[in-house]
Every structure is written in C-alpha cells, then in structure tokens.
Design a binder for this molecule. Structure first.
Ligand SMILES: [Cu+2]
Length: 422
C-alpha cells in the first residue's frame, strides 16, 4: 500500500513505491486517521505518482513525470504478459493532484508508436484535453511533452491514452486520477482506497494481451491483479471507508458488489452527488468510462468479499468452448479423449469447483482463486477482500463460536420438523 497524506503530499512531494505481488502491508491499518483529517490515499497493489514542487513567480507548480513504456506485468504469480503502461505499471500510478493548483506533467513516450494522454472527467483548457488529432498532434516515439492545467474540482477521475485507443487501452495505458480537496473533505472518511477495474484477453501461449478482442475477456483485474494476487483492503471496525472505483476496460461494465454493510454512491467523475439524491446500495454498476465513489461504515469485523458479480468476471482464464457436463457421466468420453489428448479434461460432472485443482498449462493461473481459511475460494479474477478488524490487522479472522453454519444434528432436524428424503 502507498499511504500518502495530504500534508505530506503538499509539503514534500514524497516518492513512494508500491507493494509487489503477494506482499501484504499491515502499515495501512496501523494508524487510524483522526476524524476530520484527510486520510491517506491507499492503492492496493499500486502506487501514487511522486510530485515535486517548483516555486515560480506566479506561484507553486506541482511537477510529475509519466513514462509511457512496455514492460512485463504479472497479473498473479504464474501469469504474466508484455503490457503497456505508465512508469512500469498498469494501471499507471495514481495522480493525486491538489485542487486549484497548477500541475505540470511531463510525458515521455517510449512506445514504438505515438501516444497522448487524456485527463478523463477533468475540465482542462481544450488544448490540454489530449484527443489526438482534435486537440493536439500525437507525441512521437522518443519525445517528452508537457501538459499543464489546474484541476478545478475535487473528486475521482482517470487518465488514458487517446491515440490508437483500442490498442493502447487494451494493453494497459490507463490510470486513476484523484483531485484532493483544498479544504476539509465533506465525506469525513477515515480511509480512502483507489481501485481500478480492467479486463484482458490472454490467448493461451501469447506474450501480449489481444487488443483486437471484443469479447471473451479471460483475465479480470482490480489494480492490474487477479485474485488471489489482489491485496486486501484492511480497515478497522467502525471506520468510514471510501473506495474510489474506475473502469477503463475495453468492453465490459462491472457489477461491483460489496458483502457486509451497505454503501452509498457519493460521487462520480461528474461531481459529488447531493445527499438528498443518495440511497443505500450493495452493488454498483461501474460502466466503462466511469468512476464511482462508494462510502460505507465498516460496522462488522470479518472478511467481506468485494467482487464483480458477473460470475465469468470473478474467474480467470476460463475456457468455455465446451459442453456442459453437469449431471453427466463422462467416464467413457474421458477414456476416448485421453487417447487423443492425455491432458484433456471434461468439465466437472458435479459442478466446476473441482476444475480449479487441475494441472495448468504454462503462463496461466487457476480459474478459481486459492486457499482460504475454510478451504478453497472458488472465485478468481475481479475479486478482493475487505478485511475489517477490531484491532491491528491480522491475516486470519476467526468467527466467534456459534456464528458459522455447521452440520445439522438429527435432534435439530426432529425438533424443527425438517424431513430429508433419503
Ligand atoms: Cu464484471
């Protein structure tokens, strides 16, 4: 995690680097923010762009540098690809920009083709809007250009390439942008997370995601990672939590569902939602090209799933060009198939859960997630966990006695008149 609070940000332009795959930081939950103080922005599996301050005759300028480049990205241990991104990351580092102050962003293009950056949702001078051909000529390979603007309105936004959009965004040229309020944050949150969804098509054996894909995306990510590589959002019981969600995936909207306490959508990239217009929700539709800020109070300790509710999006690298064999006896078929392709396997006869344990081809990860405290978690892809704890963050939550389902006894069945047909 990369905590950076507003005072540090404004004062020092701190450079912070992100946690790697599987690294779990406990620092994020170590010090609860004081009520009223702006909390740190936290980016699970991600980073925040370091900014420096330049004093000029006309005031302070906040300066940052984005390098657009290709690199090897790991979606989860065992699955990697050559992706395009910013400063060696996809999504790029979060741009945390101060409301009302001048920002100068240098963009170095190390791609084999031109690029631009569009500041999605921000109102900037028209010439800074980044649409190649409409607002500017594209940045040629090898050159460094600058964008200068003054973010007007606090909130959650995004940035992305606006040249050869289909290719460049599909390969990872996307990122989140947060404008930090000049005054106190009206939402009074204790924790402030940033989470960007994306989707990729990784054809078996390919080195790069397929930018031509229109459907069948098979790698679904939060901040570039598929579960179980997604870092949990660790909070303390009672904290008021904001998650800033954004989606610049190529084709699909996502039904982002939070288990446990309900939330309200408090803002979009169009601005804050008036309190009178808010209503409780447990799922928010995160459309392509949209941001949604959700705020909730973490009233209940435990591990609460946060995931896309489209079941194919909470799975990884699922092949589905196969029959449905649930309820069928496929022994004869497996025998015949085995002669042709020893590694082949028909879909599970009792469901798909058993598939997750099968041997995997090179550069691929399991369809399902991984081990959990009570056995295997069968979800993967766009899935993470909000870990709510009373005290310091620990990896394991033990449900208090009597608060888990268990096998019913014969006495209980008789008591309640439940007849189970043999
Ligand atoms: Cu989805």
């Amino acid at each position: 995690m990369n905590p950076i609070d507003r005072r540090q940000f404004l004062g020092a332009g701190l450079a912070l680097t992100g946690a790697g795959v599987g690294q779990i930081s406990t620092a994020a939950a170590a010090t609860p923010a004081r009520r009223g103080a702006a909390p740190a922005l936290e980016v699970p599996n991600g980073a925040i762009l370091p900014l420096t301050r330049q004093q000029t005759a006309s005031g302070t300028v906040h300066v940052g540098h984005l390098v657009v480049e290709e690199f090897t990205h790991t979606f989860a241990p065992g699955l990697e690809a050559r992706c395009w991104g910013y400063n060696g990351r996809t999504p790029g580092p979060v741009l945390a920009l101060p409301e009302g102050e001048l920002v100068r962003l240098y963009v170095t293009n190390r791609l084999p083709e031109p690029t631009t950056i569009h500041w999605h949702g921000l109102v900037v001078p028209n010439g800074m809007d980044g649409v190649s051909g409409l607002n500017q000529a594209p940045i040629p390979p090898g050159e460094t250009w600058t964008y200068t603007f003054r973010p007007r309105r606090p909130g959650t936004y995004m940035y992305h390439s606006h040249f050869d959009e289909m290719t460049q965004m599909a390969l990872g040229l996307v990122g989140m942008l947060v404008v930090l309020p000049k005054g106190p944050d009206p939402e009074h949150v204790d924790r402030d997370f940033v989470l960007m969804s994306h989707e990729w098509k990784m054809v078996a054996g390919a080195r790069r995601p397929d930018p031509l894909a229109m459907n069948d995306f098979n790698v679904l990510t939060f901040n570039g990672k598929s579960y179980p590589a997604t870092e949990p959002l660790r909070v303390r019981t009672g904290e008021r939590v904001r998650i800033r969600l954004g989606n610049l995936g190529p084709m699909d909207h996502h039904s982002i569902h939070l288990h446990g306490p309900p939330f309200e959508v408090t803002g979009t990239d169009g601005g804050a939602i008036p309190r009178s217009a808010r209503f409780p929700e447990t799922t928010v539709l995160l459309a392509v090209g949209a941001t949604r800020d959700i705020v909730f109070t973490a009233t209940e300790p435990g591990d609460w799933a946060l995931h896309c509710h489209m079941t194919h999006h909470a799975m990884t690298q699922m092949g589905h060009e196969s029959g449905n064999f649930i309820g069928a006896d496929t022994r004869a078929l497996d025998e015949k198939l085995g002669k042709l392709a020893p590694d082949a396997m028909t879909m599970g006869q009792t469901g798909m859960a058993g598939m997750a344990g099968m041997a995997l081809p090179k550069n691929s990860i399991s369809m399902g997630g991984g081990p959990g405290p009570f056995g295997r978690i069968d979800m993967g892809g766009m899935f993470t966990v909000v870990s709510v704890r009373d005290g310091a963050a620990t990896d394991r939550f033990t449900p208090p006695a009597g608060t888990q389902p268990r096998r019913a006894t014969a006495e209980e069945l008789a008591r309640d008149g439940i007849v189970v047909a043999k």
